[in-house]
Design a protein around this ligand. Structure first.
Ligand SMILES: [Mn+2]
Length: 408
């Protein structure tokens, strides 16, 4: 075949976290700017498919405003772009059942919600996992294998490797020479994890999956979960689309983008299109307290900007000992400034990553359950890390506790 016009153009985006709040500040303006921009991109890139790989909402029980925002966007997108197909997958922040819910209304239409792994009698329901994709002349032009985030209890007789092997086999058979897109919401080794906003995922005691889950046959593997847009080294093109904007201060330097994936007979081409950022993310320090206060006072900011667009700010203060007035002095300096505080970090002069003991960490919100478990084990029993079976039991318990909390 010599025709190099794309058979299919797919916009891959992820981790929208609709309903997100950053230290109590809402992100609705940023979501609106992103969704309006995305609508234009779908049109200008002449996309046939919009794919969102999980964490569409920030929490399992999202506010009505977040659900309304999604439904209005889908309505506008499908009305404005004739023939557009949309696939939305469940992530670990989402309630699988809540994501699945609209599919009862939508049936085999253009919008697909896959919150939980489609199953029938314990086995994968390939009729629902595999979604046909059509080009602008409504010709079948490819297939998409919809695999949402899988909790250990969702896998049944499968492991992730056997699940992906079976889905890839069935997808390749169905595709019969047309390109296959494989999807997932999981942490694949080699991906870059942000410190704060991606919850740890543990499957069978394993923190991250190997990129060998994906072989060379799919034309493109679309992943969600990590918020930094990035490629994963694997046998085929594997990408995290990343989130539309920073969801924690550790993500403020990411170059957020959407991936425009053009599938051609000879392979796939990916263009990253940077997402405009309507709200700036500032950071000061780490400085000694006096210098941090001076730096805040020196900020030149436009007072006419509406409050919902005020920049976010993180302040890092270097400390030698107790600083009882740290918080109040920083807050006082910020008072007259049109900025929204995300967090104040106290950085000890001597602190380094290697010597940081999770049990004496200053901030409870930043402790990971595994590290606390390992530290308590070391304290009480000395020396080594917890034995494998105990670690696996703890991992299982943690997943159950988190799942129970989310599904409430
Ligand atoms: Mn996630």
């Amino acid at each position: 075949m010599t025709d190099s016009s794309p058979a299919l153009t797919v916009i891959h985006t992820s981790d929208w976290h609709l309903g997100h709040e950053l230290n109590g500040h809402d992100r609705q303006i940023e979501h609106d700017v992103f969704l309006n921009w995305l609508l234009e991109q779908i049109e200008t890139q002449a996309a046939h498919v919009l794919l969102v790989t999980g964490d569409i909402y920030d929490v399992a029980n999202p506010p009505v405003s977040a659900m309304r925002r999604l439904f209005r966007f889908l309505n506008a997108a499908t009305a404005r772009i004739p023939g557009l197909q949309v696939v939305i997958l469940g992530g670990n922040h989402d309630s699988a059942g809540r994501i699945d819910l609209p599919s009862a209304l939508l049936g085999d239409g253009r919008v697909h919600f896959i919150g939980s792994l489609p199953r029938r009698d314990g086995l994968l329901d390939m009729n629902r996992v595999l979604i046909p994709l059509h080009d602008c002349s409504a010709q079948l032009a490819g297939w998409l294998a919809a695999v949402p985030f899988c909790r250990p209890g969702d896998l049944g007789i499968y492991s992730l490797p056997t699940l992906y092997a079976e889905v890839t086999d069935a997808g390749m058979t169905k595709a019969d020479g047309l390109p296959l897109i494989l999807t997932g919401h999981l942490h694949v080794a080699g991906g870059d994890v942000s410190e704060l906003s991606e919850r740890r995922i543990v499957v069978g005691g394993e923190e991250a999956q190997a990129a060998s889950l994906f072989d060379a046959r799919p034309a493109y593997v679309a992943l969600g979960h990590l918020h930094r847009p990035q490629a994963v080294t694997a046998a085929t093109t594997v990408r995290y689309a990343g989130s539309p904007f920073p969801l924690s201060s550790t993500e403020r330097d990411y170059r957020h983008s959407i991936a425009v994936v053009r599938l051609k007979p000879e392979g796939c081409e990916v263009d990253l299109v940077p997402i405009p950022r309507p709200v700036a993310f500032l950071s000061i320090g780490p400085f000694p307290l006096d210098d941090a206060v001076t730096a805040i006072e020196a900020l030149q900011l436009d007072p006419a900007v509406p409050i919902e667009r005020w920049p976010f700010i993180e302040i890092a203060v270097r400390i030698d000992g107790p600083e009882p007035h740290l918080q109040s002095r920083i807050l006082a300096a910020l008072e007259a400034k049109p900025v929204r505080l995300v967090r104040i970090l106290s950085v000890r002069r001597e602190a380094s990553e290697a010597t940081l003991d999770p049990m004496t960490g200053a901030n409870l919100a930043e402790l990971a359950p595994h590290d606390v478990f390992a530290a308590i084990f070391r304290r009480d029993y000395g020396g080594e890390a917890p034995p494998e079976d105990l670690a696996a039991a703890f991992a299982q318990l943690l997943v159950e506790a988190e799942t129970a909390e989310e599904d409430r």
